[in-house]
Write a protein of this length. Structure first.
Length: 84
């Protein structure tokens, strides 16, 4: 089995560990996995995308990412209200 290359702190693995998802003690994908454990379908997708876009906004696309997070939050809110 091929081993992953070891990255120095200044390298950025844009596929496996992009810097805009790995700041702090928890990687974004792990937080999303935990947050969506009991969700399915579009609700899981919306929660995951809200987390993703809020997580990275300061390091990637700024307000555009916050707008995307808001889009998914509104979609989630609509789905939740329809279920109630």
């Amino acid at each position: 089995m091929k081993q992953k290359p070891t990255l120095t702190p200044c390298q950025d693995d844009k596929v496996n560990h992009p810097s805009h998802y790995t700041q702090g003690k928890v990687e974004c994908i792990d937080a999303i996995e935990s947050a969506t454990t009991n969700l399915v379908g579009i609700m899981a997708v919306c929660v995951a995308n809200v987390i993703k876009y809020v997580w990275r906004f300061a390091l990637k696309n700024g307000a555009e990412d916050l707008d995307k997070a808001d889009f998914y939050l509104q979609k989630l809110r609509t789905k939740v209200r329809k279920k109630q």
